[in-house]
Design a protein. Structure first.
Length: 92
């Protein structure tokens, strides 16, 4: 039980970080900052593939769906945080 909660927590935070990286990647693409865009593109895809591989390799009918929902929620929170970070960053 504790292992499953820890795994779901990791999926959640991986989603947050992944989408934060994705948002930064989009920002750097728009600003034509090639080096930073390439780095964040690599990190975004690497994280998503590692999490999805892990979810699919340990797939069962209950845990797989819950893992995908938790990971997706983390991605949504990552978008929110990245947009809030971007707004605060612009004000300074």
């Amino acid at each position: 039980m504790m292992t499953e909660i820890l795994t779901l927590t990791i999926y959640f935070f991986a989603g947050v970080v992944q989408d934060f990286f994705f948002t930064l990647n989009s920002k750097y693409i728009a600003q034509n900052k090639v080096g930073l865009a390439v780095i964040f593109s690599f990190l975004t895809i690497l994280m998503s593939m590692l999490v999805l591989y892990n979810i699919l390799s340990e797939l069962d009918s209950q845990r797989g769906l819950l893992s995908i929902i938790v990971y997706s929620f983390g991605i949504a929170v990552g978008t929110y945080l990245a947009l809030k970070f971007n707004i605060k960053f612009k004000k300074k």
